[in-house]
Design a protein. Sequence first.
Length: 104
Amino acid sequence: MNDKNTPVVVHILDKEYRIACQKGEEEGLLASARLLDGKMRTIRSSGKVIGSDRMAVMVALNLAHELLQQKNHNNHAFGTVDKRIRFIQEKLDTALNNFKQLEV
């Protein structure tokens, strides 16, 4: 651990883990640990997955899937915004050209 890191203790499925964390990022790490713990407890309570290793893999896959869906949604939204901006730019260009022709 270097001077920029601080040890943070997190609890996941009743186990304690000491994690090196950059100063100022502790709350984010704790929130991430709570999210992971909650998702692992949900999977454990379903009774369909046995073993913490398998639960961790299932949670990781679910989180990766959610992340990819969010990225795809954001990319689609940005594409829509980009198209709208281009449309507005074209309208502005047309209006400016029309204005310039009126000045002459």
